[in-house]
Ligand binder design. Structure first.
Ligand code: PMP
Length: 282
């Protein structure tokens, strides 16, 4: 079966899906995106993703290419045409096509692209043994809360992780605090059993999985503290893990060359991974 993409009002074969060379997403990274997990045909935490989509558009003053319900109709149609019931849907909006000039064009029509694919997350085996992360300086801009397609530092960071044989790179700000991974949020469990993850300000993307895990943890009477933590604190933590739409809850067992606790996934990370799986399954 050939894949189908949605491109500015048309459903086209994936191989032939194209945008204009003067699309501002292509020239300036002037656009935003969302990745939503699909489980049994259901869009997981759809509302939180749409809230963030609208927020990202608003922060960049890009006109929504269409309203929420139309957007979800297109998403479901893309999933249907690609026979995806378990996987992800990717949606991207840019400020559209205009002669190249940095300032916003007077007239442009927001561009919208959507694709879907069957995608398995990282292997269950990796989650069973736990993942390794490296630490790198956070060289990104000061609005990481916007889910912009401008991801060059994240690309370079993930490549460094891959070359180091690690699953992710945790980015570290000038004060020595971990902000987040290149495509995941970072968490630790303290000696007192508290869950700590960076507060959702401009320095991180407020992950939808992060929000879901906060909710799940609090329902289980766990204490969640949203604050910064240092690399040293993470290395000495009782447990560490990371969260994202595609990785779910992934235990972290090694930070650079230091094992976290005994180097195996801890009970809280495991329990949260299980509980998140149940949440996704609805
Ligand atoms: N931080 C960054 C920088 C990301 O790119 C992502 C994934 N898009 C996340 C965190 C996790 O967000 P979510 O849980 O919504 O996938």
């Amino acid at each position: 079966m050939s894949r189908i993409a949605y491109v500015n009002g048309r459903y086209v074969p994936h191989r032939q899906a194209q945008v204009h060379i003067e699309d501002r997403g292509y020239q300036f990274s002037d656009g935003i995106y969302e990745v939503i997990a699909v489980e049994g045909g259901n869009l997981v935490d759809e509302k939180w993703h749409l809230d963030r989509w609208d927020r990202s558009l608003g922060e960049l003053r890009i006109a929504p290419p269409m309203g929420r319900s139309a957007l979800m109709l297109v998403a479901r149609e893309v999933l249907r045409r690609n026979l995806v019931r378990d996987g992800i849907v990717y949606m991207q909006a840019t400020r559209g096509v205009a002669p190249r000039d940095h300032a916003f064009p007077k007239r442009s029509k927001s561009a919208l692209v959507m694709t879907a694919r069957r995608k398995k997350g990282p292997s269950a085996l990796l989650a069973e043994h736990g993942a390794k992360v490296i630490t790198i300086p956070d060289i990104r801009w000061e609005r990481c809360d916007i889910k912009a397609v401008a991801l060059l530092p994240n690309v370079l960071g993930k490549q460094r992780a891959a070359e180091a044989g690690a699953f992710e790179a945790w980015q570290v700000d000038r004060d020595g605090n971990v902000t987040e991974g290149t495509s995941t949020n970072a968490w630790i469990v303290t000696a007192a059993g508290e869950l700590v993850t960076r507060q959702p300000a401009h320095a991180i993307l407020n992950g939808v999985t992060r929000l879901a895990v906060i909710e799940i943890a609090r329902l289980r009477q766990l204490t969640v503290v949203e604050r910064a933590f240092t690399v040293a604190e993470a290395m000495a933590a009782r447990e560490a893990f990371l969260t994202s739409t595609t990785s779910a809850v992934m235990p972290v067992v090694r930070i650079d060359d230091v094992a976290v606790a005994d180097g195996a996934p801890g009970p809280i990370s495991r329990a949260l991974r299980e509980a998140y799986r149940a949440h996704v399954a609805g």
